[in-house]
Design a protein around this ligand. Structure first.
Ligand code: R5P
Length: 291
């Protein structure tokens, strides 16, 4: 890592990553013109530099064009290499054509990014039916995981925890979190009814009834998954769970709903959010320096 350029809204994490990595740092200037088009300016000379563009993609449709302009401009101005650091990588959940004619947006988006940059680094992408980023990217794409950091936070902060994943997909995070937290874990099962509604069922959890449930997931978007899982647990007689997620997308009323259904709500700082309590700057900096 030689020069880290942060897209708007990525400054706090960007400065922390650059400090860990000993890299130069600057903010990309981007703003809308009065007609809604995007103005982008690179703030420093990129000629012959290895450039890391930092852009968490929590609002991808609004962010993508500025990011594309920044990457293309860095290329035109002679950057030696351009890597995208996307702490949250968008569009990974639509990973299959569920209905005829649907866009498999995980593939489409990864291909668009592959045309812009030479490599991608991200944190806990939502890999479900896609088992590896290399299936959708045509440039080197690497993921690091915040799960061990989540487990360490739980070990420091929660007495006698039992880690609960809200659905079978979450076992990949729940098991790693549990190992780091030195706690047992279980996973619930979830049926998605529509974009916002889910139905959650639980196996027999009675042997952990004396423990503090800690719900862990990769993403909180509408909050529906976490809220349904929390209500299922309290309905079974557990105390309100603590909720720990990697990416607090938190659309609409999600944060309010999650805070009402849980004892505490914390997240990694891959997306700036009031729930951020787990810093990933050193995780990203170490991975960026290793490749
Ligand atoms: C999906 O399977 C993910 O792991 C999350 O559980 C999901 O994206 C959360 O979405 P929401 O907060 O809208 O329920």
């Amino acid at each position: 890592m030689s020069l880290l350029l942060a897209m708007p809204g990525n400054g706090a994490l960007g400065r922390a990553i650059a400090q860990h990595a000993g890299a130069d740092y600057a903010d990309v200037e981007a703003r809308p013109f009065p007609d809604g088009e995007s103005y982008v300016r690179l703030p420093t000379d990129v000629k012959d530099r290895d450039v890391d563009l930092l852009c968490t993609l929590a609002r991808p449709d609004a962010q993508f064009l500025s990011l594309a302009f920044a990457a293309q401009t860095a290329r035109q101005l002679g950057a030696r290499s351009i890597r995208l650091i996307a702490p949250y990588l968008a569009y990974m959940r639509q990973d299959v054509r569920f209905h005829p004619g649907e866009a498999v947006s995980a593939q489409c988006f990864a291909q668009l990014l592959s045309q812009l940059v030479d490599a991608v680094l991200t944190v806990d992408p939502h890999l479900h039916r896609i088992s590896s980023l290399t299936e959708v990217f045509s440039v080197p794409a690497r993921a690091v995981s915040a799960a061990p950091l989540m487990g360490e936070w739980i070990k420091r902060s929660v007495l006698n925890p039992v880690i609960i994943g809200p659905d079978r997909e979450s076992e990949q995070w729940a098991s790693v979190v549990a190992r780091a937290a030195e706690a047992p874990y279980a996973v619930l099962s979830k049926t998605r009814r529509d974009d916002r509604g889910v139905l959650v069922e639980a196996p027999d959890l009675s042997r952990w009834m004396g423990c503090k449930p800690v719900l862990v997931d990769d993403i909180a978007s509408t909050g529906g998954t976490v809220v349904e899982a929390a209500e299922k647990l309290t309905g079974l007689g557990f105390s309100k769970p603590v909720c720990v997620v990697v990416h607090a997308l938190c659309n609409g009323e999600a944060e309010t709903r999650i805070r009402a259904a849980t004892d505490a709500f914390v997240s990694a700082d891959t997306i700036p959010h009031p729930s951020n309590a787990i810093g990933v700057a050193h995780l990203i900096a170490d991975a960026a320096m290793a490749t």
